[in-house]
Design a protein around this ligand. Structure first.
Ligand code: CMC
Length: 378
């Protein structure tokens, strides 16, 4: 075995072989199972992409109907889980609430039959079905409301917005939200996916796999940038402040939120799709200050940083869209999690098929053969 050089953050080190998604950062290409994200976003639905990611092929009409029906059937969450969630502090972060609730599912569906295809299918359906219900339930309960029951007549995206707002969403809003979910469903081996894979490799249950991935996504270096885009736009405040804000950040070597990507050195293809969606949404519901600031900010950042390969990433426009859809800012990362469950489950399944427990090595830097000093002499 060749001994590899240590790379902090495992940057550039292949940690798995996968056929789930592909990214070409120089050309701005993202594919799920070989299909371009632009096509999936334009022609498909989130559940269709989820099926594709998890089961490796696009579903037939019958398969998709059965999958959607199963998910509708499993959307409700046991009253004991709802009761448990009622005890969560209303000031707690929704990602912590989600991680706890996802882990709690393991208490109720604990059979760990990983070699049984029916168990795998049920776990996939349960997690895709119940995670949005739990996110919306916490959002209602922290305001002192009862959770809104899932509406069986609404599809996946529309039902989530309904549970959140108690109003049936406008079809354009529901469609745009569905596309946002498709765009966030999978993105190769990032931190939360790697976390899911490491947990999966111990052959624990899928609820623990998803709970650990949610915990990893919660960190500000991973899932939280779209929240920060909104606070940054609020801080900028006016169009005239955009250029001085950017110049000040560059002078002080501060990152401008929603720009740059470890992999993409051109504009993130998801940002381009989201920008078009944002335009459609704002055209229908009215342009606001945030949108105008965002367009100006993107123009100035491209002018100043385009030569370094720094362009808008997926988080730049997603925050604007979510805000316009009436989603509270601290639910942006849980919404990311709702979508990414599809990718995590795909990697869980792939990991089970080729499993070897993750056990990397380390470069030890500490002392050796150190003496034990009795406590009274320390
Ligand atoms: N604003 C200003 N300068 C930037 C930015 C930015 N957003 N991103 C990178 N740079 C500069 C950075 O200062 C450095 O300049 P120099 O070479 O002169 O020192 C150069 O570009 C390389 O930056 P880096 O931090 O080494 O690049 P990275 O690949 O490690 O970081 C990143 C990628 C996404 C962490 C970073 O671009 C960043 O912090 N962006 C803002 C936060 C953000 O929007 N995060 C969401 C990422 S997309 C979601 C996902 O797919 O998971």
């Amino acid at each position: 075995m060749t001994v590899c050089e240590y790379k902090p953050g495992l940057e550039g080190i292949p940690a798995a072989q996968s056929s789930i998604s592909y990214v070409d950062g120089k050309q701005g290409i993202l594919e799920y199972r070989g299909i371009r994200i632009e096509e999936l976003a334009q022609k498909g639905t989130f559940l269709e992409s989820s099926f594709l990611l998890i089961w490796g092929k696009l579903p037939t009409k019958e398969e998709l109907t059965a999958f959607q029906t199963d998910i509708i059937y499993h959307r409700r969450v046991k009253y004991r889980i709802r009761d448990m969630m009622k005890c969560f502090p209303e000031t707690g972060h929704p990602m912590d609430a989600l991680q706890t609730s996802a882990a709690a599912l393991g208490l109720f569906y604990s059979r760990r039959a990983l070699d049984n295809p029916e168990y795998i299918r049920e776990a996939v359906v349960r997690l895709l079905a119940k995670i949005p219900t739990m996110v919306a339930a916490f959002s209602q309960m922290r305001k002192g409301n009862d959770p809104v029951k899932p509406n069986d007549d609404l599809d996946y995206a529309a039902n989530f917005l309904y549970m959140l707002t108690e109003r049936e969403p406008d079809p354009l809003a529901a469609r745009i939200f569905d596309v946002c979910l498709t765009l966030h469903a999978e993105h190769t081996i990032n931190a939360s996916t790697f976390s899911a894979m490491v947990t999966a490799s111990t052959l624990t249950d899928p609820y623990a796999v998803i709970a650990s991935a949610v915990g990893t996504l919660a960190g500000p270096l991973h899932g939280g940038a779209n929240e920060e885009v909104i606070s940054m736009l609020a801080e900028i405040g006016t169009r005239e402040n955009v250029r001085p804000y950017v110049e000040n950040c560059l002078e002080k070597k501060m990152k401008i939120m929603g720009f740059g990507h470890r992999v993409y050195k051109v504009k993130d293809p998801r940002a381009t799709i989201l920008q078009n969606l944002a335009e459609q949404l704002f055209e229908k519901t009215g342009y606001d200050k945030y949108y105008e600031l965002a367009v100006e900010l993107e123009r100035v950042v491209e002018e100043k940083l385009g030569h370094k390969g720094i362009y808008a990433n997926v988080d730049f426009y997603s925050g604007l869209v979510y805000r316009k859809l009436g989603i509270p800012t601290d639910l942006f990362t849980p919404v990311f999690a709702i979508a990414r469950v599809a990718g995590w489950l795909a990697h869980w399944k792939e990991q089970l098929g080729v499993n070897r427990i993750f056990r990397p090595t380390q470069v030890y830097l500490g002392p050796r053969e150190a003496p034990y000093i009795p406590i009274e002499e320390r």
